[in-house]
Design a protein. Structure first.
Length: 163
């Protein structure tokens, strides 16, 4: 495989990012779950209320993967951290160091910005867990992620009006 080049995504890359997000959803066994549009990604990645950044990995001119991240915050460290929302390496590019290069670049970004940690979530069945262990990441056995979305989120929000 040719050398891997990693760069920050630009507004013009949102179609490419969306395509890779759809590939990721297919890999994660939820091909119909993506409702994002290029415009959504452009608005929240490059608009006045920016919510994320993304890296793209290329081998020659062929997209090999991406990582989408944003800052979180640790009250215990009193510093931001980097939360990796999604990382994906195209099937043809796996086992060629693309994931390691993306993760190393994310770690460097966190340190360059004075951020104190790098967090991510991974599906329990995902074989990438072995990769994360090899690069020094370990699952958090002491925390269980929770989430509320959709109708449950709306129901919970109505309680704010009742207070």
């Amino acid at each position: 495989m040719a050398p891997v080049v990693i760069r920050f995504a630009t507004p013009a890359d949102m179609g490419l990012i969306l395509g890779l997000v759809r590939e990721l959803a297919h890999y994660e066994r939820q091909p119909g779950a993506v409702t994002a549009t290029e415009e959504d990604l452009r608005r929240y990645g490059f608009g006045p209320d920016r919510r994320f950044e993304a890296l793209l990995a290329f081998s020659e001119t062929k997209p090999a993967g991406f990582a989408l991240f944003f800052p979180n915050f640790s009250t215990w460290l009193a510093r931001p951290g980097l939360f990796l929302e999604d990382i994906y390496v195209a099937e043809w590019a796996r086992k060629h160091g693309v994931g390691r290069r993306l993760m190393a670049r994310l770690a460097a970004i966190a340190l360059e910005r004075g951020w104190g940690r790098l967090d991510l979530n991974v599906l329990h069945w995902n074989p990438a867990r072995e990769f994360y262990a090899r690069i020094g990441m370990h699952p958090r056995e002491d925390w269980i992620p929770y989430r509320v979305t959709g109708a449950a989120l709306e129901r919970l929000a109505t309680q704010a009006k009742e207070s």
